[in-house]
Design a protein around this ligand. Sequence first.
Ligand code: NAD
Length: 321
Amino acid sequence: MMKKAVVCGAGGFIGGHLVAKLKREGYWVRGVDIKEHEFRTLEADEFRLLDLRSPENCWEALSMGGEVPDEVYQLAADMGGMGFIHTAECDIMHNSALINVHMIDVAAKLGVPRYFFSSSACVYPDMKPGDPMMTEDQAIPANPDNEYGWEKLYAERMAQAYGRHYPIEIRVARFQNCYGPYGTWRGGREKAPAAICRKVAMAEPGGVVEVWGDGKAVRGFTYVDDLVDGIYLLTQSDLQKSANIGADEYVTVNDLVQTVIDVSGKDVRIEHVDGPVGVLARNFSKARMNELGWEARISLREGIEQTYPWIAEQVRESYGA
Ligand code: NAD
């Protein structure tokens, strides 16, 4: 029998890639989102436009006549990069919390056997460059740097609580920064790799690329194909605890920008300007995912070689740059 999956947030960046992955794995897939995908034709067997902040719409998203989906992947969130996270705190806490509160309740009560929740590395406290690696358990005692992280932590705990009281297997991944083609690249919700690709693509020859802060913050960037492989493997596994999914390659923001400039082949230089930077450093253990046989395979350079041309093309189509 073909397994059935529902991907909530299928109209978004990672959700769109996850639908494609599940189709490759032979699933029947229903995508759900409040909007259509902006950049690709979804490969889902069915797509429902629903606002998942209401319990009625969560029921509609998961109901299949007399059947229930074998797996639910909950990626819908009011979401953006560092600029958005710091300005839209109320929207994030209100909208994403409502989606998560209702979705897990409906999934558990409908009898969905397996539920994946997309959490974030933002649940962790800030780190300094050179600090030892943090394990998943070190998210507690909690002190996330932003409200987005607090909402994710609450949603994780809520899903785990349902897992203790209902026959539903909960899988939780904490994603590091993810990037790749078919993601938001302008408008204020884009994340750093997409924003940098756009700025480099739009820069005049001999011009500058503005970078928020001093560019010394340390980050891991995970290519989307690696991430969706990790989501799938984790969801099939027996691992009930939250697991970090991210690349082991850590770079400074300046390194990221230089990689994009190198891939573009353009003659542009970095200029640092004021702007929200977020935490100083990230360095997480991937031991739980490694034990399942997963590790990121795509280097930052290889991932940017896939991502930059797509964003440069979007820029050309939109601005003729
Ligand atoms: P995205 O914004 O591209 O996708 C999220 C989707 O959720 C969007 O398509 C949006 O329309 C949908 N959505 C928002 N409100 C909704 C509502 N009320 N009803 C139905 N759908 C709604 O973001 P993404 O980068 O694909 O992220 C997917 C998930 O992964 C999110 O939960 C995000 O918090 C998490 N995450 C992403 C990253 C990253 O680097 N991209 C890092 C950590 C965690």
